[in-house]
Design a protein around this ligand. Structure first.
Ligand SMILES: C[S@@+](CC[C@H](N)C(=O)[O-])C[C@H]1O[C@@H](n2cnc3c(N)ncnc32)[C@H](O)[C@@H]1O
Length: 394
C-alpha cells in the first residue's frame, strides 16, 4: 500500500514508476525485517566468541568490532544490499522528477505567486548570495545526487521533490503519510510538557520540505511560524507544499549558524534531524545562535538521530557514516550535546535530554534491538533575574 498524502507538488507516478518505487520500499522493508537480523546473529554467535577466544576479553569499542565484522560474509551481504537499496531508491524517484520537472517548477511558481497576493499563506525569502556550507557541497548527503542545494535550472524544486518521495520510501512509510512524524512527536511533546505555554513565534531550523514544520503550525495555529534551510530548491518546494496543504509558514534561506533574525524574537526553536548533517565546527554555532534568538524563558528542542549505549548498536549505526554518505552523523552522535549547549550559554540546570519514540514498527526499526528512540536536546533560556522575581511575585 502507498499512503503518501497527495498535494500539488508531490510527483505523479506512471504505473511503471510507481511499481518501481514500491518495489524499492518493499525491498527495504524486507531488508529491515528479514535480512538485517542476521547481522547480530553473525556477531554474537560467530564473530564475538572467536574474538573472546583469541583475546580473552570482549571488544572494547565499536571500532574494534568494525575491524573484524568488515570481513564477515553475512555483514558484507547485508551491507551491500542496504547500500544498493539506497541507490535504487534515489534512482527510482529521480526518473519521475526529471520527467515532470518543468511542470512541477511551474506549479510551485504559481503557488508562490498566490501566496504573495495573500496575507495568510506564508512567504518565501531566498538569498542567492548565501554561501552553502562545505559540509553540504563536499558530499552528496545520504547519496542524494546533488544533495539538497543543487539547482538543475531556474526556479528549480527538484531536490525537494526527490526528497519528499525518497524519504517516504527510505523509512518505508514509517514517518506517516506526510513524512511528519518527527514534527508531530516534538510538537506533541512540547504541548504535554508545557501545557500553559502558547508560543507566539516558532522557528524550525533545517526544514527541508517543511515536513516536520507543518505539525507545529497545526498545533499552534495562532503562532507566527518560521522555517529556514540553506538550500533554495527544497525551500521553494516546502513553500509550495505548505501553501497547497494550507499551513502558513514563513520560509527563508538562511544558515542556522548565523541568521538575520533579531535577538530574542522566538519563543520556541526546533530542529528535526538537522544537527547530524552539520559539522562539528558548526554544531556549537547553531546552539549559540539558538540561544541568541530565544526570548528569555524560550525553549530550544533539537530532535536528533538515536544515540544507542550498546557498543554493537553503535557499530551498526556507524554504517550510515561509512556507507551512506552521512560523514557527520558519527561526530554528532558522539558529541556531548548537553555540554555544548551549556558552553553556548544555556543555564546548566536547564539543559536536558528527553526521549521520543518514533513509533516505528519492529520491521521499520531496522537493526536497533533497543527500539528507535530519538533524543531531543532541550534547553530553556533563563529569564533575567529581575523577570524571574516578577514572575514569582505574580
Ligand atoms: C535531514 S534534513 C532534515 C529534514 C527535516 N527537518 C525532517 O524532519 O525530516 C537536514 C536539513 O537541514 C538543512 N541544513 C543543514 N545544515 C544547515 C544549516 N547550517 N542551516 C540551515 N539548514 C541546514 C539541510 O539543507 C537539510 O535540508
Amino acid at each position: 500500500m502507498d499512503a503518501q498524502t497527495q498535494h500539488d507538488v508531490l510527483i505523479e507516478r506512471s504505473l511503471d514508476e510507481q511499481a518501481r518505487q514500491l518495489f524499492v520500499k518493499d525491498f527495504r522493508s524486507h531488508l529491515a525485517s528479514q535480512v538485517v537480523g542476521g547481522v547480530p546473529v553473525a556477531y554474537y554467535q560467530v564473530e564475538l566468541p572467536k574474538f573472546v577466544a583469541a583475546n580473552g576479553r570482549p571488544p572494547k569499542s565499536k571500532d574494534e568490532i568494525r575491524q573484524f565484522m568488515l570481513t564477515n560474509p553475512y555483514y558484507q551481504f547485508w551491507s551491500g544490499l542496504q547500500r544498493t537499496s539506497q541507490e535504487m531508491m534515489w534512482d527510482s524517484v529521480i526518473d519521475s522528477v526529471e520527467r515532470q520537472a518543468p511542470a512541477l517548477n511551474a506549479r510551485a511558481k504559481t503557488l508562490a505567486a498566490k501566496a504573495k497576493k495573500s496575507t495568510n499563506l506564508g512567504s518565501l525569502r531566498l538569498n542567492p548570495d548565501l554561501e552553502i556550507p562545505r559540509y553540504h557541497t563536499g558530499v552528496d548527503i545520504h547519496i542524494q545526487p546533488g544533495g539538497y542545494h543543487t539547482e538543475f535550472g531556474a526556479d528549480d524544486i527538484s531536490a525537494g521533490a526527490i526528497y519528499d518521495r525518497g524519504v517516504h520510501i527510505y523509512l518505508m512509510g514509517g514517518m506517516g503519510s506526510e513524512n511528519d512524524s518527527l514534527g508531530r512527536i516534538s510538537s506533541n511533546w512540547f504541548r504535554l510538557e508545557h501545557p500553559n505555554l502558547k508560543p507566539a513565534r516558532i522557528l524550525d531550523m533545517g526544514c527541508t520540505t517543511g515536513n516536520s514544520t507543518l505539525p507545529w503550525g497545526r498545533m499552534f495555529p495562532k503562532a507566527e511560524l518560521h522555517a529556514i534551510d540553506v538550500a533554495a530548491p527544497v525551500l521553494r518546494y516546502a513553500h509550495a507544499r505548505a501553501v497547497s496543504l494550507g499551513i502558513p509558514v514563513h520560509f527563508s534561506q538562511q544558515n542556522a549558524e548565523h541568521t538575520d533574525f533579531e535577538d530574542e524574537c522566538f519563543d520556541v526553536i526546533v530542529s528535526h534531524i538537522m544537527l547530524h548533517e552539520t559539522s562539528n565546527k558548526a554544531l556549537p554555532k547553531v546552539l549559540a545562535e539558538s540561544r541568541r534568538l530565544l526570548k528569555p524563558g524560550g525553549i530550544m528542542i533539537h530532535l536528533e538521530i538515536p544515540r544507542p549505549d550498546d557498543v554493537f548498536e553503535k557499530f551498526m549505526f556507524d554504517w550510515e557514516a561509512y556507507n551512506n554518505n552521512e560523514p557527520f552523523s558519527m561526530g554528532c552522535r558522539e558529541s556531548d550535546l548537553i555540554g555544548l549547549a551549556r558552553e553556548a550559554g544555556f543555564d546548566p540546570e536547564k539543559v536536558t535530554f528527553a526521549q521520543a519514540d518514533a513509533g516505528l514498527s519492529s520491521g521499520q526499526r531496522n537493526y536497533s534491538a533497543t527500539g528507535f528512540l530519538f533524543p531531543m536536546l532541550k534547553a530553556e533560556k533563563s529569564a533575567p533575574v529581575s523577570q524571574q522575581r516578577l514572575r514569582k511575585a505574580a
